[in-house]
Design a protein around this ligand. Sequence first.
Ligand SMILES: [Zn+2]
Length: 63
Amino acid sequence: MSRGPQRHDEPCPVCDATTTHLVTIELRQEGPDGENCAYSREPYRVTECTVCGRSRASRVRSA
Ligand SMILES: [Zn+2]
């Protein structure tokens, strides 16, 4: 539940090299309001380069 960010080596397009990234999973609500009765939250995998600070999020697809 309370896991901190994990470190993962990934290529960074800004650094143009493989650098250490902090990886966190966060839930984001998407879609316009009232799209559904239920909340539609999608998990996003957020990676932040520890060298240049660039972060980006990509949706995690389960299944
Ligand atoms: Zn970088």
